[in-house]
Write a new protein. Structure first.
Length: 201
């Protein structure tokens, strides 16, 4: 299945998807970044994957950025769009044009801690558990139907950096698995719900 991956940073989840691509029936046709210095672009080039840079700083509005982003994506005709650390809030028009085709990974146990600084917020709140969520993307920020979650225990004296590292390890395991469900046709979006093997998640 042809997919496009959107990144903004180091691209470690992208690397995990590249490593598992044959097993999960994913052909990444292009990696797009809003950050020209994203290390994930190097990861893509090393794997022989086309890359595109679309800097958000060169656009006057989210709408104009998303229109240009859509043009690039549509060139590749992807069946799945994977957000892997893409640090942009997407407009409703953009999301709705691909509804059911976009998935995102978020470093918290949603609906807790939508947005940024999730590890710090979990520690400051005194939470005992933290983790990662994968969800279908809707117009609501980090609010689409959840597909899968993995939780880990927050250790005593945990700091945000150590917690982030531990969560990232789980991200690298769970994201390829969810993509595999999608490429196998087992996972789909319907009526604002995530469906796996014909059961609402």
């Amino acid at each position: 299945m042809i997919g496009v991956v959107l990144i903004s940073g180091s691209g470690s989840n992208l690397q995990s998807l590249i490593a598992h691509s044959k097993n999960i029936n994913l052909e990444i046709s292009c990696v797009i970044s809003n950050n020209p210095n994203a290390y994930g672009l190097e990861r893509a080039k090393k794997a022989g994957i086309a890359t595109k840079i679309l800097e958000h700083t060169k656009f006057t509005s989210r709408e104009s950025y998303d229109r240009s982003l859509k043009k690039i994506i549509d060139e590749y005709k992807p069946e799945i769009i994977i957000l892997a650390g893409f640090m942009r809030i997407l407009t409703a028009n953009f999301v709705n044009s691909y509804l059911g085709k976009i998935i995102n990974i978020h470093p918290s146990l949603l609906p807790k801690y939508q947005g940024l600084n999730t590890h710090e917020r979990a520690i400051q709140a005194g939470d005992k558990m933290h983790g990662v969520s994968i969800h279908f993307v809707t117009a609501e920020l980090d609010g689409g139907p959840i597909i899968a979650q993995k939780s880990i225990k927050i250790n005593e004296n945990e700091d945000p950096k150590s917690l982030a590292k531990r969560v990232l390890k789980e991200e690298h395991k769970i994201y390829p698995l969810v993509v595999k469900w999608y490429t196998q046709g087992r996972l789909y979006y319907k009526n604002n719900k995530a469906i796996l093997d014909n059961k609402v998640l």
